[in-house]
Design a protein around this ligand. Structure first.
Ligand code: ADP
Ligand code: MG
Length: 719
């Protein structure tokens, strides 16, 4: 229960009107012990009983509420030996039959209603019964006493989430009593001015409208407020964390000075370009075999400006697959090293770390910067050497897995940490790493593929954001096809044609049960089949994660040198591989991959100047698979794909193994409530601008809620 509960809200559910100790038991099963718990147990949906036609206007196929008196009752056995009970309900316009199967107690009640001639209301789906008669089977119903308001029945009724053995009516009764007698005790954590500004209703009003809505519009208005509130507490927590980092003393890298340009209020990279001279400018050019795109320049400028500021950098760089995030990270690391610090790059897996190491070693060789690799499976002596080099400062850049860098490494003078996330690294790990730094190191976070905007704002809401929204020049959009397994012969023929034109191709086998062994098996099987049958006359190679690093490198090298036409591989090639002449990719059993992963894979082709193709071979057994294949076929924009992925999979799955507490919302939805999230974020920023520590009395309850959130985080840290 939220911490604003007054004593009255802590009242045991058994004291609710109409509940008592016996009905309290099923409520306990749902985890509802206090009145406050009941209030915050919100309906899953609503049953709309407002359609109240005269009986002769009721139509089969519609849900309706009918009102009248019982004009006849009858019962008869079915063939299966059960009883059917029928009561005829009539108003001034017509008749409808209410039908129950095997419910003798309802039969008795109807009999009584018939004798007493009381008014009845009933709600259910109207059907056409025997002899064109209208009927409703097993309707919800009530007798109406003189002073009962039929509108009480014919309204929106809440449908609550339940567990086994808990009847809906018990929860409804408890909630109704809770709303009636206790909703006014809810203390509103949002001050009046904030509510006015965002056009939000009072909490007690919202609670009433959630449990007993007067109309769908009012329920929506109530929900809107609760969503806002939920997002607001999170956003305030994130912004406070951001503030805390901003108050720390970080490293001020003297980049302008190094670059020979004065302090600039514009983009630092642009200033450097303009000056067209100096050590840093020359080194950037010596390092990169290409000119940076406009977007890359802008982002490097943003990163460098952060590095120069005396507060620790906390920045997320997002860009589509192939947008050139590595070059941006390299520019940041170059600046750190030239300012006399070490830089670290951390990847979530060993394969990724190796790929980064390979790419960065190549980039940094011309400028004489020493890069070292640190992964778990290195030989003891290699690892010891790398550790020593890192501790002595001889290794200027250290590339490794998150685990290794966090646990084993001592740095001489760590100034910048680049985190390659893939949704696997969390706030807590970032904090832990901070302690390894020399002072407070700067942080640059990169994600492999774009992530949806709502997730960015929740998972990375405490970071500044840079977006590389441009691809390097000369890229042709990849053509993606989706083929059924029985169409493989045509697919193979198509690849053969490209190979005959001098191109190369990848065949990718899926991850099976997360098991590397089974993946390897699948790739080996395909490799032997292609090599001995379809492509017996071509040069076919094999690459998988269980090969030794040197073997992998040898295979990759021969593929790069075009000594192989076809490379059969596991998802090892997902990242970092860069062979412009490879212009086709066939993904086998593509249905086993997630959207983001397929997008990342597809990014391995389309790097040269010729038209590239990606063929997804997948049997669409479910609508979900069909949707994923169509999304990939129809768009190459990673940001669009990320939003679709969120819609298909939901936020929990998208966040992967990252701790997901931050994206678990009681009411709000990251899929549907994006605009509210934006609004709450702006509100949080404005709130802290006005009252940075939430010291004003009107903000005390917000502070309390935010603290409650943050103490959950603290729990994660110690466990
Ligand atoms: P990602 O953002 O997916 O990590 P990479 O950093 O791996 O992308 O870059 C993708 C490819 O584009 C690499 O081959 C890289 O060398 C190349 N590249 C990056 N920036 C540029 C640029 N400005 N001009 C030309 N090629 C570039
Ligand atoms: Mg990359």
């Amino acid at each position: 229960m939220p911490p604003d509960a007054t004593d009255r809200l802590a009242t045991d559910v058994q004291f609710l009107k109409g509940i008592g100790p016996k009905l309290a038991m099923p409520l306990h099963k749902l985890g509802l012990r206090t009145v406050g718990d009941v209030l915050w147990h919100l309906p899953r949906r609503y049953e709309d009983r407002r359609n109240l036609p005269p009986i002769n206007k009721a139509r089969a196929g519609q849900a309706a509420t009918v009102r009248g008196r019982i004009v006849g009752v009858s019962s008869r056995p079915t063939k299966g030996g059960k009883m059917i009970f029928k009561a005829r309900l009539a108003d001034a316009t017509g008749e409808i039959a209410l039908v129950w199967f095997n419910q003798p107690y309802v039969g008795k009640q109807m009999q009584k209603a018939y004798q007493d001639q009381v008014d009845i209301v009933a709600f259910g789906m109207v059907k056409e019964g025997a002899r064109y008669e209208l009927e409703m089977s097993s309707p919800e119903w009530e007798t109406l006493d003189e002073d009962d308001d039929p509108d009480e029945f014919a309204r929106l009724h809440p449908v609550y989430p339940l567990t086994e053995g808990v009847p809906q009516w018990v929860v409804r009764r408890a909630a109704r009593a809770a709303v009636e007698f206790y909703a006014q005790d809810l203390v509103d954590p949002l001050p009046d001015d904030l509510r006015k500004k965002h056009k939000l209703q009072k909490l007690s009003w919202c609670m009433r409208q959630m449990h007993r809505p007067d109309s769908p519009e009012m329920q929506q208005e109530a929900r809107r407020r609760l969503v806002f509130e939920e997002f607001l507490f999170l956003q305030v927590a994130l912004q406070m964390r951001r503030q805390e980092v901003q108050q720390e003393v970080g490293i001020s890298f003297p980049i302008s000075q190094l670059a020979g340009v004065g302090q600039t209020s514009g983009n630092l990279f642009a200033a450097l370009e303009e000056a067209h001279q100096g050590d840093l400018w020359e080194q950037v050019h010596a390092m990169l075999p290409f000119d940076l795109t406009g977007a890359q320049r802008r982002v490097v400028g943003e990163v460098w400006a952060d590095m120069e500021r005396p507060v620790p950098m906390n920045r997320l760089v997002q860009g589509d697959v192939g947008s050139g995030k590595t070059a941006v990270a390299a520019c940041a690391m170059l600046a750190a090293v030239r300012c006399g610090y070490q830089a670290a790059l951390m990847a979530p897996t060993e394969i990724l770390a190796e790929q980064h190491f390979f790419n960065l070693s190549k980039l940094f060789a011309p400028v004489g910067i020493n890069v070292k690799l640190l992964v778990g499976k290195q030989s003891a002596s290699d690892k010891r050497k790398a550790l020593q080099a890192t501790e002595s400062g001889e290794a200027q850049i250290c590339v490794g897995t998150h685990a290794v860098i966090q646990e084993a490494v001592k740095f001489h003078k760590l100034g910048l940490a680049v985190v390659d996330e893939q949704h696997r690294f969390g706030v807590v790990q970032r904090m832990a790493l901070r302690q390894k730094g020399f002072g407070n190191p700067d942080f640059l976070v990169m994600t492999a593929t774009p992530i949806p905007r709502t997730l960015t704002m929740t998972l990375y809401g405490d970071l500044d954001l840079s977006v590389i929204d441009e691809l390097p020049p000369g890229r042709k959009a990849i053509k993606t096809h989706w083929r059924q397994p029985y169409e493989r012969p045509q697919v193979y023929a198509g690849v053969r044609k490209l190979v005959q034109e001098g191109r190369q191709a990848y065949f990718v086998c899926p991850m099976i049960n997360e098991s590397e062994k089974m993946q390897t098996q699948a790739a080996e099987d395909l490799y032997y089949r292609l090599k001995s049958q379809e492509y017996a006359d071509l040069r076919v190679g094999l690459l998988h994660g269980q090969m030794k690093a040197a073997e992998k490198e040898a295979v990759m090298d021969s593929f790069r040198r075009h000594e192989l036409d076809i490379l059969v591989s596991t998802v090892v090639i997902e990242v970092g591989v860069d062979v412009p002449n490879a212009s086709a990719m066939v993904v086998e059993d593509a249905n086993r991959f997630g959207l983001a992963q397929l997008h990342q894979l597809r990014g391995r082709v389309g790097r040269g100047s010729t038209q590239s193709f990606c063929v997804l071979v997948a049997d669409a057994k479910t609508p979900d698979v069909q949707k994923r294949m169509e999304v990939l076929r129809d768009t190459t924009d990673g940001f669009v794909i990320a939003e679709e992925d969120l819609k298909i999979r939901g936020p929990g799955d998208l966040a992967g193994t990252r701790q997901s507490g931050e994206i678990e919302f009681k009411i709000a939805s990251l899929v549907d409530d994006g605009h509210m999230l934006e609004e709450a974020r702006r509100a949080a920023i404005a709130l802290l601008d006005a009252d940075s520590a939430l010291q004003q009395p009107g903000h005390a309850l917000i502070l309390e809620r935010v603290r409650a959130r943050r103490s959950d985080e603290a729990l994660i840290v110690v466990s």
